[in-house]
Design a protein. Structure first.
Length: 217
C-alpha cells in the first residue's frame, strides 16, 4: 500500500473517531458504538495497531459514559494489550482499577510501570504519582500517599504543559480525610503560581478561590 493510500486510510479512521465522539455528545450511544466497532475491525484488518487501540480505548470511554464500568474496563484492557508500552492506556486502566474496582495492587503496578516507561515525560509522571497516591490512600498507607502528593508537585509542576493538567483528585481525597493539610495547601499555592506563569487567568482564579477557602494553616 502506498504512503498516500495509508494516509487516506488513517484520516478516514480518525474521522470515524471524531464522528463517534459527536454521537456520544448527542447521547446516541448505539450509533457511536457501531461506528467504533466498525473502525476497530477495519484497523485490525489493516494491521494499524495504534488506531485499533484508539478505537478500543474510545469504546472504553463510551461504556464509562454509560456507567458500564465492566464494559469500559474490558475495552481499555483490550487497547492496552494491543499497545502494552503505551503509558496513557496504563494510566486510564489504573485509575479505573482504583476508583471503580478497588484493585489497588494491580493499579499500583500499572502506575509504577508508567513511571518507568515515561520517566522523562512530566505530564505522565505527574498523573502516575497522583494515581499511586490515590491507591496508597485507599490502602490506608497515609505516609506514601502524602509522598506521592509531594512528588506530583515536584519542581513546582515544571514540565506540565497546562495548569488544567494538574491533578486535584489526590488533594481532594487527602483533604476530605483532613490529612496533610499543610502539604495540600502548598500544592494549591504552587498550582496557583503555575497558572500565573502560564497565563491561564481562569485557572489562576480557581486556584486562588480554593486557597482562600482551604481549611489548612
Amino acid at each position: 500500500m502506498s504512503m498516500t493510500a495509508t494516509s487516506v486510510d488513517q484520516s478516514t479512521r480518525s474521522s470515524r473517531i471524531e464522528k463517534a465522539f459527536d454521537l456520544m455528545t448527542a447521547k446516541n450511544f448505539e450509533a457511536a458504538e457501531a461506528e467504533l466497532n466498525a473502525g476497530a475491525e477495519d484497523a485490525a484488518q489493516a494491521q494499524d495497531k495504534v488506531m485499533e487501540a484508539l478505537f478500543y480505548s474510545t469504546l472504553g470511554v463510551l461504556h464509562k459514559l454509560k456507567k458500564d464500568f465492566k464494559g469500559a474496563w474490558r475495552f481499555y484492557d483490550k487497547a492496552e494489550k494491543i499497545l502494552p508500552e503505551d503509558p496513557a492506556l496504563k494510566l486510564i486502566s489504573a485509575r479505573l482499577l482504583v476508583e471503580v474496582f478497588g484493585q489497588l495492587d494491580t493499579a499500583i503496578k500499572k502506575a509504577e510501570k508508567v513511571l518507568n516507561l515515561a520517566k522523562n515525560d512530566r505530564p505522565f509522571t505527574h498523573q502516575a504519582q497522583a494515581t499511586l497516591g490515590l491507591a496508597y490512600l485507599k490502602k490506608g498507607d497515609k505516609k506514601r500517599a502524602l509522598q506521592c502528593l509531594n512528588d506530583a508537585m515536584a519542581e513546582d509542576f515544571d514540565g506540565i504543559i497546562s495548569a488544567g493538567n494538574i491533578d486535584l483528585k489526590l488533594l481532594e481525597a487527602l483533604s476530605r480525610k483532613k490529612l496533610g493539610l499543610t502539604e495540600c495547601k502548598q500544592y494549591l499555592e504552587k498550582a496557583h503560581l503555575f497558572a500565573q506563569k502560564t497565563g491561564e487567568e481562569r485557572l489562576e482564579g480557581v486556584f486562588l478561590k480554593l486557597i482562600q477557602s482551604f481549611p489548612g494553616p
